[in-house]
Design a binder for this molecule. Structure first.
Ligand code: SF4
Length: 191
């Protein structure tokens, strides 16, 4: 078996372990897997990425599924939507306290929190490098953390996005963004 086949099987196994654990966590709260994944995504997405479009892209689901998922979460009172100040067709989605409580109790998944600290540090390095290799080899969108982006500008204690030229709060700087541009000097950090 050559390397690509072995890597395929390894990734499939990791993905299956992860989804099994997450699906069980979702069902405890009466949620579908995609609904819990959407909540977790919204807990780390910055203001350019807390939309149905970005969420669908991140999770690899259609626009229709993304919209239906957000609608169901809104009906359950787990997220709240607010229209974009420049484009009223775009809705920003934020977790409500109930939504945030579900994320806190399910993320990260139990099999990670139970791992020894040294294994976690090592595993995180390996996983980040693997993700970087996959993104580089396939031109996948990075969705990395803002303060590791090539467009991220520090101005004293303030931050600014070089792409949109808008100010970034400390909260934005620590979140992930669909427009993230990997910085050759820094690895993208993805939750
Ligand atoms: S600096 Fe990069 S990651 Fe941060 S908001 Fe701008 S484009 Fe997104």
């Amino acid at each position: 078996m050559h390397s690509a086949s072995r890597m395929h099987l390894t990734l499939e196994r990791i993905s299956s372990l992860f989804r099994t654990e997450l699906r069980a966590a979702a069902s405890v709260h009466g949620l579908k897997l995609v609904q819990l994944e959407a909540l977790i995504f919204l807990s780390v997405a910055n203001r350019y990425s807390d939309t149905a479009g970005a969420m669908g892209e991140y999770l690899g689901v259609t626009k229709g599924t993304a919209s239906q998922t957000l609608l169901a979460l809104e009906r359950r009172g787990l997220i709240a939507k607010t229209p974009d100040s420049d484009d009223g067709r775009v809705q920003h989605c934020r977790l409500t306290p109930d939504g945030a409580a579900i994320v806190d109790s399910t993320h990260p998944v139990a099999f990670l929190t139970d791992m020894p600290a040294d294994d976690l540090v090592e595993g995180e390095k390996v996983a980040t490098e693997l993700l970087r290799l996959l993104q580089r080899g396939n031109s996948f969108r990075a969705f990395g953390q803002c303060d590791g982006c090539a467009h991220f500008k520090r101005q004293g204690t303030r931050h600014r996005c070089g792409l949109t030229r808008e100010r970034l709060s400390r909260r934005d700087a620590g979140r992930i963004c669909r427009e993230h541009q990997p910085n050759a000097q820094r690895l993208p950090v993805v939750p």
